[in-house]
Design a protein. Structure first.
Length: 193
């Protein structure tokens, strides 16, 4: 029990430190709750997806939840630009299905190819699109679109709707859902390619 409490404190401290020092890289000061993670997993079809990408896993709270919802033969490629988080993910999550990629999300098409995949089935993002420069955000959205298989899903969970404004010209209108039992409440956007 003590070691679990210690791990939670370390994870929270690392998350908060990076939120303060690198605010444009961190979407929220509070990690995602279990209800939000489950709601995202359901909307993403994770129970049957094989090639899954998570953009911006942070300290891995969502990552651990997604892995629980995925099949045993699935792969989760977690794309993280923050080296502190990459190191933390590699140290704390012991699951062969997890491949942590230290790279920018705008390079997703190359990342998917390096995984040996033709396409991703699902791309999930909690990245802070509202703080990203518009040109980088557009490049990320285009890279997501190009990396998804036909019929694949792009699922973004956000407090603000900027991702909707950026992705709709490429993907079309999303289905949207709210998860009010999260702090802060989050909107889940789902696009099908």
């Amino acid at each position: 029990m003590k070691s679990n409490k210690s791990n939670v404190l370390k994870e929270s401290a690392l998350f908060l430190k990076n939120a303060v020092l690198k605010p444009k890289e961190i979407a929220y000061v509070v990690p995602s709750g279990k209800r939000l993670i489950h709601s995202i997993a359901v909307r993403s079809g994770l129970s049957t997806a094989i090639n899954v990408v998570e953009l911006g896993p942070g300290t891995g709270g969502t990552t651990k939840g997604f892995l629980k919802e995925m099949p045993e033969n699935a792969i989760l490629c977690a794309v993280e630009i923050n080296k502190d988080f990459v190191d933390y993910l590699n140290k704390t999550i012991d699951d062969e299905r997890l491949h942590v990629c230290h790279d920018g999300a705008q390079n997703l098409t190359q990342i998917v190819k390096k995984q040996g995949w033709k396409y991703a089935d699902v791309v999930i993002s909690g990245m802070p699109f509202s703080t990203l420069p518009r040109n980088i955000a557009r490049d990320i959205i285009q890279s997501v679109y190009d990396s998804l298989k036909p019929g694949g899903l792009f699922v973004a969970y956000q407090f603000r709707d900027r991702v909707g404004q950026l992705a709709s010209p490429i993907f079309g209108d999303p289905k949207t859902y709210w998860e009010y039992k999260n702090f802060p409440p989050m909107q889940i956007f789902v696009w099908k390619k």
